[in-house]
Design a protein around this ligand. Structure first.
Ligand code: ADP
Length: 259
């Protein structure tokens, strides 16, 4: 299987002499099509809440409604503008992770990072899940703290988002001179194997409606992937539909400083 995009240019430069120029433009062509898809996706994602918002504005301008209805509409309008804010915030995070040079490395104390993530999980869950911490080893990660927090917090937020109330979310932390791993394991809805290779694509969602209702933007795992790759770390996903998922960020020994 071999698929390339070639540009052919044939010209004559002297009597009976022809020059055929063959250029492999596969990469440019692929980038162009990715850029077009991305712009179309962003427009689509922003258009939906905008349409809802302008619908409510028109209704409120044209029709007399009672106080309860007016409040209800304003609440729905607030939710839509919050949604647009989340999309724009995630787009800005993604673009800064993709294009800005990485912030200077610092030593990030794992115990306090994981503790912060546990507090995030508890706040997002608001008592609906059992949050469990399972850690082994002590040490620091060498990296950009803001990027690490933003990547790992996305894994935590997803576990809360896709685990029904009563489920368990376990934050697993392992650190040794050979490497480090931070994993979030949940007992949530799980993911069918066929979706797993595409999860880190921008705006890819297994169930669009569920993600939107849960406040997802479809950009979280794209942010995770880019932030981790800036730390030579990888994302490993295993999941079983109806049983739960495990998302693990794996860091190489070069990123670890053990006490
Ligand atoms: P979203 O903002 O939609 O959560 P992400 O990029 O973070 O976007 O994740 C992409 C998709 O991967 C989600 O829409 C969801 O379908 C799936 N997903 C991510 N994490 C989990 C999880 N812990 N359990 C089940 N599905 C998940």
């Amino acid at each position: 299987y071999f698929e390339r995009v070639l540009s052919l240019y044939l010209m004559s430069y002297a009597e009976d002499c022809w020059l055929l120029q063959v250029k492999d433009i596969t990469q440019t062509d692929r980038l162009d099509s990715m850029r077009r898809d991305f712009v179309a996706n962003v427009s689509h994602e922003l258009r939906t809440p905008l349409t809802v918002l302008s619908g409510f504005v028109e209704t409120l301008q044209e029709i007399e409604v009672d106080e309860d209805t007016r409040r209800h509409y304003l609440q729905l309008m607030g939710e839509q503008s919050q949604r647009m804010q989340s999309i724009v915030q995630d787009l800005l995070t993604l673009s800064s992770i993709e294009s800005a040079p990485p912030p200077e490395d610092q030593l990030v104390d794992m115990a306090s990072l994981v503790d912060k993530l546990r507090r995030d999980a508890e706040a997002l869950s608001a008592g609906r899940h059992h949050i469990v911490l399972d850690s082994e080893g002590q040490g620091d990660l060498l990296g950009a703290e803001s990027e690490l927090v933003s990547a790992l917090a996305n894994l935590v937020a997803n576990a809360v988002r896709y685990t029904p109330a009563g489920g368990t979310i376990t934050l697993i932390w392992r650190i040794s001179p050979e490497g480090a791993e931070f994993a979030v394991q949940d007992t949530g809805i799980g993911i069918d194997a066929k979706h797993i290779p595409r999860l880190t694509e921008r705006f890819y969602r297994v169930d669009r409606g569920r993600s939107r209702d849960a406040g997802g933007t479809g950009l979280g795992l794209a942010i995770v992937k880019h932030a981790l790759s800036r730390h030579q770390a990888t994302l490993e996903v295993s999941s079983e539909p109806g049983k739960g998922s495990r998302f693990a960020a794996c860091f190489p020994a070069s990123r670890v400083r053990c006490e």
